[in-house]
Design a protein around this ligand. Structure first.
Ligand code: FAD
Length: 410
């Protein structure tokens, strides 16, 4: 008898881990628009050269065996009635069961110029582009340039002081300070973190915020809270604080100001909440379509700690439930639900340290950095990949890669 067709849309935390859970139990196809996974919590370490692309961005064909078909293509639409998904430049695919895990996209909040000129930070190529811009800016500074001119020429602005903004700004600053020493430049670089709210890492508790604030200070990141970015241009940014606007020249603006709904999901005729998230039952099924499951950043799951929404932690945990429930659905067995809890927080802070919250206690420094590496080794997909990466980090080390002049950069 022909096996039932399960199609999974999106190869991130939700989709990839569901595919791995389901491998071999049906005719499983993973459809995703890139040829590799991205372990986003360590994209900062990739940017700083502490880890390599293959560690955190393994190709799907290395992670999946013959039990999962891989289609690298963009899904343009879903026809629930015909049970098909439409693909860019390819024939549509039929499904018996559909799993939606397409994730979010960068939210530029309609700020003029932001989408055109600010860099997003979600993919390997975004990290590469940012590194190149920094090297390029450094290469233009002659050693005799006076400190005040150097500072103006080497100004980088990051928008949004959530975990991403704090992690990236401290890495950028540490790398730039190191490059200044190596190149014997005068003065200091300027790394600015612009935040609309009144505090950094607003979604995290006070214990971890104190460690983050300490690290921002030590890394010389200039934090501007209650500051709203109103315009981004090719070579600058304009922001407003207490009614006053200021325009500055920048070498790059990085946009870390939030996530919005994936356009594919926006187009779907399904029940959504006010924020456009798909409403799912505690079994992860859509309310009126039992054969469609949704998880991760696109779904509103009723039984999860509120701090978990929009995290890899949640998508990763939901994938196990999704895999089990899809199997149960195919076998006409009872489906299950689960309460998802926060399992701790880990945030990298510059190239030397991190902060980790576990069991209600936060600790920071070099030890936290080691703990974070150990924790994330265990979260990477597949045993085989985990072992290869763990061995590489253990034997090869995880020292950052300096911002060398163009030509010496690899
Ligand atoms: C830089 C960064 C750092 C982060 N750090 C952390 C952290 O430390 N801890 C944490 O818990 N969370 C973190 N997050 C959040 C976390 O990455 C997300 O919550 C998580 O990835 C959500 O999983 P998902 O499966 O819903 O979506 P994603 O992992 O985003 O996966 C969606 C996949 O679908 C693909 N896709 C999208 N649209 C289509 C389409 N139309 N057709 C085909 N494929 C499509 C995408 O390319 C992607 O592969 C971070 C996010 C970023 C960007």
């Amino acid at each position: 008898m022909a096996q039932k067709k399960v199609v999974i849309v999106g190869g991130g935390f939700g989709g990839l881990f569901t595919a791995l859970e389901l491998a071999g139990s049906a005719d499983v196809t993973l459809v995703t628009d890139d040829d590799h996974f991205v372990f986003t919590p360590m994209l900062y370490e990739y940017f700083s050269g502490e880890v390599e692309a293959w560690h955190i961005g393994p190709r799907y064909d290395e992670l999946l065996d013959n039990n999962v078909n891989l289609v690298v293509a963009r899904v343009t639409n879903v026809d629930f009635n015909a049970q098909t998904i439409e693909l860019e430049n390819r024939e549509p695919l039929n499904y018996d069961v559909l799993v939606l895990a397409a994730g979010g996209v960068t939210n530029y909040a309609n700020v003029p110029g932001a989408e055109e000129f600010a860099l997003p930070f979600r993919k390997i190529e975004h990290a590469d582009t940012l590194r190149h811009l920094m090297v390029d800016a450094l290469d233009r500074i002659p050693p005799e340039m006076p400190p005040q001119d150097v500072r103006r020429e080497l100004t980088f602005a990051l928008v949004g002081a959530g975990a991403s903004g704090c992690e990236l700004s401290t890495k950028m600053s540490d790398l730039l300070v190191d490059a200044f020493k190596r190149r014997a430049l005068h003065g200091e670089p300027r790394v600015m973190l612009l935040e609309m709210g009144d505090r950094v890492v607003p979604g995290m508790g006070q214990q971890i915020r104190e460690l983050v604030e300490e690290a921002l200070l030590e890394s010389h990141v200039e934090v501007h809270t209650l500051t709203r970015v109103v315009n981004v241009a090719r070579d600058g940014v304009t922001f407003e604080h207490e009614g006053n606007q200021e325009q500055i020249k920048t070498s790059a603006v990085v946009w870390l100001g939030g996530v919005r709904m994936n356009p594919l999901i926006e187009r779907l005729d399904a029940e959504k909440n006010k924020r456009g998230l798909l409403m799912v039952q505690p079994t992860l099924q859509l309310s009126q379509r039992d054969n469609v499951f949704a998880l991760g950043d696109i779904a509103f799951y009723p039984d999860a700690d509120p701090t978990l929404h929009g995290t890899a932690q949640l998508a990763f945990q939901q994938a196990t439930l999704a895999g089990r429930n899809v199997k149960a659905f195919l076998e006409n067995k009872e489906l299950h639900s689960k309460h998802f809890e926060e399992i701790g927080e880990a945030i990298s802070l510059g190239t030397e340290r991190a902060a980790v919250l576990t069991g209600g206690k936060a600790f920071g420094g070099a030890l936290a950095r080691q703990a974070r590496f150990a924790l994330y080794t265990s979260r990477l997909p597949t045993w085989h990949h985990r072992l290869r990466v763990g061995a590489s980090w253990f034997f090869g080390g995880t020292a950052p890669r300096p911002l060398l002049p163009l030509g010496l950069e690899r």
